[in-house]
Design a protein around this ligand. Structure first.
Ligand code: GLY
Length: 534
């Protein structure tokens, strides 16, 4: 059986042999795009190639990209741990053609890799193609259909609508029709009873998408309209953890050698074996998944904090601690103990995790300790509430008090519910939901960022001159408006710039731009404050 490491390497080797440059993953944390906090697809780092703003050295590229889908348009968080095939952090294997090969080669190669290299059974594979969308003026896929017909029987090809077969990076940006490959991993008797084509894209845990071939042809503009791009591109994304599961013939991503070492370590630390009960299995999966997201985001420069991407990291970490605390009954810091196991998984592809191991452990331990203190103070508050209710001869916690526990004490709502149930108390859920909705609305209004389209004034590349000079006489290449909390700012790209853009954990430069007599302040706009709640 191929190991996860061999499966990843086989993908990279396959595309290297077909003329692709193998490039490093971009950091999982996005620092220079106000529309995105985390990389949510392999194509993010190539956005400017698709839009025609930049040209790659080689039009054929492949890599494995560290991704997160926990906020914004692609958000899988609620499913993570509960099911066996969604993750916070995952690797996306991808191959790209920037205005080079198109649908024929992309489809042919994806089939060859899956069936000849990974030996996935052909009769278990299905392809979806775009059925078109009259409202958007988009025709049904013809070429993709023709190509799939050469490779699989008609009943394995399924038409899909815009939701499933038109891929968009976010509310704006490069997009296009796509053709997904799904695999039916059910046992034979189940496959005979219900044909796989009836379960594709139906959230069946054993009939899952593994690879998406996107044919980028449009740019979704900020006003919602579609603009045709000057060239056509291929953008593919294959979920590595799902692929490993399919190749290793497992019924859950967590049963593969990507996750089992972490799961075994959790079982060893907590004394709770995996496979004992559904609630403890969910908790173990949450921990096994979340520790990877926590390690990679912190390693790529995003410390847990109270806003923006840091807040997302904090919430993921707290979700994991909460499951350990309340379901596995492990009331001490646990996540920092898992770091060496995670690091050992990636020595060949992301060795920097092992190099930073002790720093990662320190940050995570501190964060865990602080949240465990919060949990303790929340528990003290619950005891006070209990006393008050007893004095009033009541067993009913009003919604505002429950919300105060959540909001002021950082006490998660389901933990409040669990403890209330244990103590024979009830919560006014309607009042709680109203208070929660009002707070979400406040956060949404505060965080809303509206990003306009770029206005290009010329097609020059931007050159960083800040190593030699702190001042430059130059021209504007392009600009766009970014509005947040009704405050308008502009992002301006200069032909030569002494301003170091925030990246690699460093703060961006600030200063001034002088246009004739007018002076404009340059500030750090990267403090993205979109909040996510769960
Ligand atoms: N960009 C292709 C995908 O994420 O599915």
């Amino acid at each position: 059986m191929m190991t996860a490491k061999e499966i990843r390497q086989a993908f990279l080797d396959f595309f290297a042999a077909r003329g692709h440059d193998i490039v490093p993953s971009a950091p999982i944390v996005v620092k220079n795009d106000p529309t995105l906090m985390f990389n949510n697809a392999g194509m993010n780092q190539f956005k400017d190639y698709f839009l025609g703003n930049k040209t790659p050295k080689n039009p054929r590229i492949a890599d494995t990209q560290k991704c997160m889908r926990v906020s914004g348009k692609h958000n899988d968080l609620e499913d993570v741990g509960v099911d066996t095939y969604h993750h916070t952090m995952f690797e996306m294997l991808g191959n790209w053609s920037i205005s080079d090969y198109f649908k024929e080669e992309a489809i042919k190669w994806s089939w060859e890799l899956l069936t000849d290299v990974y030996h996935l059974p052909k009769d278990r594979l299905y392809a979806t193609v775009f059925e078109g969308d009259a409202k958007e003026g988009l025709p049904p896929a013809e070429v993709a259909l023709r190509e799939w017909r050469k490779l699989m029987p008609e009943n394995h090809i399924i038409y899909g609508n815009k939701k499933d077969n038109f891929w968009e990076m976010g509310d704006s940006g490069p997009c296009g029709p796509c053709s997904e490959i799904h695999i039916d991993l059910r046992p034979d008797d189940e496959r005979q009873a219900i044909p796989g084509e009836q379960l594709v894209n139906r959230d069946h845990p054993q009939v899952i998408e593994i690879w998406n071939n996107v044919f980028i042809q449009f740019n979704r503009k900020a006003d919602g309209s579609l603009e045709s791009l000057p060239a056509k591109h291929v953008d593919t994304g294959m979920g590595f953890e799902r692929l490993v599961r399919a190749v290793q013939g497992k019924s859950s991503n967590y049963d593969t050698d990507v996750f089992m070492p972490i799961i075994e370590r959790i079982a060893q630390i907590t004394g709770v074996p995996y496979g004992k009960s559904e609630p403890t299995d969910i908790a173990i999966r949450v921990l096994a998944d979340h520790i990877r997201a926590i390690v990679f985001t912190i390693n790529d420069g995003q410390l847990p904090s109270n806003n923006g991407a840091g807040y997302v990291v904090r919430r993921i970490l707290r979700r994991a601690v909460r499951y350990a605390f309340s379901t596995l009954q492990y009331k001490q810091p646990i996540l920092f103990q898992l770091v060496p196991t995670v690091a050992a998984q990636f020595t060949d592809i992301f060795p920097e995790v092992q190099a930073n191991q002790s720093f990662l452990q320190r940050v995570i331990l501190e964060e865990e300790n602080s949240f465990l203190r919060t949990l303790e103070s929340g528990l003290r508050k619950v005891a006070q509430i209990e006393e008050q209710l007893k004095a009033q001869n009541s067993t009913h916690i009003d919604g505002n008090t429950a919300f105060e526990l959540y909001d002021t004490y950082g006490f998660p709502a389901d933990l409040t519910r669990l403890i209330a149930r244990e103590k024979g108390l009830t919560i006014d859920e309607t009042e709680f939901a109203v208070a929660m909705a009002a707070q979400k609305e406040r956060a949404r209004a505060a965080a809303k960022i509206e990003t306009g389209d770029w206005h290009a004034l010329n097609d020059q590349q931007s050159e960083f001159v800040g190593y030699d000079t702190l001042e430059a006489y130059t021209t504007v290449v392009k600009y766009r408006e970014v509005a947040q909390k009704n405050k308008k700012q502009y992002q301006i790209v200069l032909a030569q710039t002494p301003f170091y853009g925030e990246s690699g954990g460093q703060v961006g430069d600030t200063g001034t731009l002088q246009f004739g007599n007018q002076t404009i302040k340059v500030v750090d706009t990267k403090k993205k404050t979109t909040l996510s709640y769960w």
